[in-house]
Design a binder for this molecule. Structure first.
Ligand SMILES: *[C@@H]1O[C@H](CO)[C@@H](O)[C@H](O)[C@H]1NC(C)=O
Ligand SMILES: *[C@@H]1O[C@H](CO)[C@@H](O)[C@H](O)[C@H]1NC(C)=O
Ligand SMILES: *[C@@H]1O[C@H](CO)[C@@H](O)[C@H](O)[C@H]1NC(C)=O
Ligand SMILES: *[C@@H]1O[C@H](CO)[C@@H](O)[C@H](O)[C@H]1NC(C)=O
Ligand SMILES: *[C@@H]1O[C@H](CO)[C@@H](O)[C@H](O)[C@H]1NC(C)=O
Ligand SMILES: *[C@@H]1O[C@H](CO)[C@@H](O)[C@H](O)[C@H]1NC(C)=O
Ligand SMILES: *[C@@H]1O[C@H](CO)[C@@H](O)[C@H](O)[C@H]1NC(C)=O
Ligand SMILES: *[C@@H]1O[C@H](CO)[C@@H](O)[C@H](O)[C@H]1NC(C)=O
Ligand SMILES: *[C@@H]1O[C@H](CO)[C@@H](O)[C@H](O)[C@H]1NC(C)=O
Ligand SMILES: *[C@@H]1O[C@H](CO)[C@@H](O)[C@H](O)[C@H]1NC(C)=O
Ligand SMILES: *[C@@H]1O[C@H](CO)[C@@H](O)[C@H](O)[C@H]1NC(C)=O
Length: 555
């Protein structure tokens, strides 16, 4: 289903998606209605805002598990305009958002809030939400807060078109950046009209058309930054037709400066597809004007720009999606996009997540326009990222050396076991789980909730192994912090709850502490129904037996 775009700065034609609502930061429009499958794209045009989900009850507080673009800083001379998108999966649920920036002013309390599908006739309307956000301001600040128009910057004229009478004065207030108000004609939307005016209109019978002639970073006219006075909405020369004409002129002239690079196509990159530490595809070529959209599909990754020289270090001034956490019950997959401005320059990226494993050093990197035949190919970049593991992860680990491989068998001899069931490991050690039977998982949990996936924890996903399998799948990670005990379980519960059957595992649990492996396993088993307890004990015995067997096998 197609939705009308109230204020569009990005030509909708760029999009491969069914329907896009473009929202300018300043949140313009301030509220939208969207259907299931619609994508809402936030384009960060200036300063340093965020799109952070909150709730009606707490407008200026991040919602646990909600989406969050992170801070998106846009330098005055920014080469890339970052975007953040989400796709609606439930249109009957209103969603609320704010900018969490509060370094200079508290933007939320200045009314910089946004809603999707808030019912204007309900108690939880957008207006009520914004009022609540503003009311949360300090009394002194709120009295003068007139909705914060001073901090809001649109790549747009607001309103985009007006009706004026003879003698009316139209005043343009320049609120940001470096725009112009330049009169053009309906026929040539992006060309200054010879003798065009800026103010003081005397003939109300004649429609007037304007654009911003800035094209240093983006061609603002072709992005729809146009304006009209007295354009008849019912005529062929309506504001809408004028804006469409301006945007259409993009194709022709934007290809000119980019040396043959054409298009403006959308390239989709999946981040963490099938729970893997991957960008899919891992490397692309793109033309100037192409939009690269990253869709986060699992876990808690980022798309963070780095450089060939320092693959796992954020590049100063580079783009960064921030961490995007995907809950198992996520109802929307967040997206992050930017448009390529210069196809001659290779761009390098990584996921900066390193809470459990250092994902960059695991090769979770991505490139755009890296020349496969040069020294700075994607393959060389990935190799450099992986090699930085040895040096940098062992260095900060204060004496913890090694980098040894520890093998854990999952479901050995068709049993519901990890073998061994608990290990100690050093920083830099890689723990490899080999799935030997059935359909288990290695899913991180916590001591307190043994059978519940930990938000942001590692998860192999289900790994099914047929009885006649000729290869066993493996899942690995490298330890970053040896002083934090880590707890895991198999989340399979189709026939029996394997966790409650004692199929759990730990790394670096102190056997002499209250959080020993034994206590963890007892916790897991205690969550089982009483009737199932008898068979459980037997299972535990097996678990120990196979643990011992595997330890021997490792030597
Ligand atoms: C959509 O959200 C509404 C309101 O929160 C909820 O009642 C409903 O179950 C949800 N529908 C689906 C398919 O998740
Ligand atoms: C953006 O704002 C955040 C929060 O105020 C701040 O930590 C960060 O340094 C800012 N980024 C830049 C590049 O100014
Ligand atoms: C919500 O958005 C609509 C346009 O999408 C606008 O007309 C309306 O004024 C907005 N509501 C508020 C309270 O700003
Ligand atoms: C404003 O933009 C114009 C055109 O790109 C440029 O020539 C001028 O230097 C800019 N002014 C400032 C103050 O950046
Ligand atoms: C022209 O401006 C009016 C408000 O002045 C607005 O309602 C209308 O949507 C605008 N037309 C277009 C095509 O944006
Ligand atoms: C997802 O699950 C968490 C905890 O299990 C819960 O707090 C949250 O409300 C759920 N979210 C949705 C959208 O169902
Ligand atoms: C991505 O990099 C690999 C080398 O790791 C290379 O074989 C492949 O051709 C590249 N793919 C693209 C689309 O550039
Ligand atoms: C995502 O990862 C970051 C960095 O490790 C962490 O600070 C954040 O709490 C994680 N988010 C969730 C919801 O787990
Ligand atoms: C390792 O984990 C411990 C306990 O959670 C924490 O106090 C410490 O700061 C962590 N060390 C590093 C280097 O992250
Ligand atoms: C593995 O188990 C999961 C969860 O029970 C199930 O959805 C999936 O279909 C199973 N895979 C196979 C190949 O049986
Ligand atoms: C593993 O757990 C068992 C208790 O189930 C305990 O006896 C053993 O010492 C633990 N081994 C290690 C290496 O922590």
């Amino acid at each position: 289903m197609r939705l009308s775009v109230a204020v569009a700065v990005l030509a909708p034609a760029l999009s491969a998606y069914a329907s896009n609502i473009l929202v300018l930061l300043a949140f313009s429009p301030s509220n939208v209605t969207a259907n299931v499958g619609d994508t809402v794209t936030f384009q960060f045009q200036s300063k340093n805002h965020s799109v952070t989900q909150s709730s009606f009850a707490s407008p200026c507080t991040p919602l646990a598990g909600g989406v969050d673009s992170g801070f998106q800083f846009v330098a005055a001379n920014a080469a890339n305009i970052p975007e953040f998108s989400l796709t609606i999966s439930n249109a009957s649920k209103p969603l609320f958002f704010f900018s969490k920036q509060d370094a200079v002013v508290n933007e939320c309390q200045k009314g910089m809030v946004f809603s999707i599908n808030a019912d204007p006739n309900s108690a939880k309307s957008f207006a009520a939400f914004q009022a609540a956000a503003e009311a949360s301001a300090a009394p002194a600040a709120s009295s003068s807060a007139s909705s914060g128009s001073n901090i809001l910057v649109l790549l747009a004229f607001s309103p985009s078109n007006v009706t004026a009478n003879a003698g009316d004065t139209v005043t343009f207030q320049f609120q940001s950046k470096n725009h112009s108000v330049t009169q053009s004609s309906f026929a040539s939307p992006c060309t200054p009209l010879v003798g065009g005016v800026d103010s003081g209109f005397h003939d109300a019978s004649k429609p007037l058309f304007f654009f911003s002639k800035q094209d240093a970073v983006v061609n603002e006219c072709q992005k729809g930054m146009v304006f009209s006075i007295n354009a008849d909405p019912n005529s062929a020369e309506s504001f809408a037709a004028f804006q469409a004409a301006a945007e259409e002129s993009a194709a022709s002239s934007s290809s000119a400066p980019t040396a043959g690079a054409s298009s403006g196509s959308e390239i989709l990159v999946l981040v963490g597809q099938n729970n893997q530490l991957t960008f899919s595809p891992s490397n692309i070529t793109a033309n100037a004007g192409d939009t690269v959209t990253f869709q986060f599909q699992s876990k808690n990754h980022s798309v963070t720009q780095s450089s060939f020289e320092a693959p796992c270090t954020p590049l100063a001034g580079g783009v960064d999606s921030g961490f995007q956490f995907i809950a198992a019950n996520a109802t929307a997959l967040p997206e992050f996009s930017f448009t390529i401005n210069n196809a001659a320059k290779p761009l390098f990226f990584f996921s900066k997540q390193d809470a459990v494993v250092n994902e960059c050093q695991k090769g979770m990197v991505f490139s755009i326009n890296a020349d496969p035949n040069s020294a700075e190919s994607f393959a060389a970049f990935q190799a450099a990222a992986e090699e930085s593991a040895a040096s940098s992860s062992s260095a900060p680990a204060a004496g913890a050396s090694s980098g040894s491989e520890i093998l854990v068998l999952v479901g050995q001899n068709n049993q519901l076991t990890f073998s061994p069931s608990n290990i100690t490991a050093n920083v830099g050690d890689t723990v490899t789980f080999q799935f030997q039977s059935k359909n288990h998982s290695v899913t991180q949990s916590s001591f307190a909730s043994p059978c519940t996936p930990l938000l942001g924890g590692v998860d192999s996903g289900f790994q099914a192994v047929t009885p006649d399998a000729t290869a066993f799948p493996e899942f690995s990670f490298t330890l970053n912090n040896a002083s934090t005990p880590l707890f895991f379980f198999s989340k399979q519960d189709a026939l029996v709850s394997e966790c409650q059957k004692g199929m759990v595992f730990s790394i670096n649990a102190n056997p002499d502490s209250a959080k020993s492996f034994a206590a963890f396993q007892a916790n897991a088993e205690a969550s089982v129904a009483p009737s199932a307890k008898a068979s459980k004990k037997l299972q535990r015995k097996h678990s120990r037996d196979f643990a011992s067997a595997a330890k021997v096998a490792r030597k």
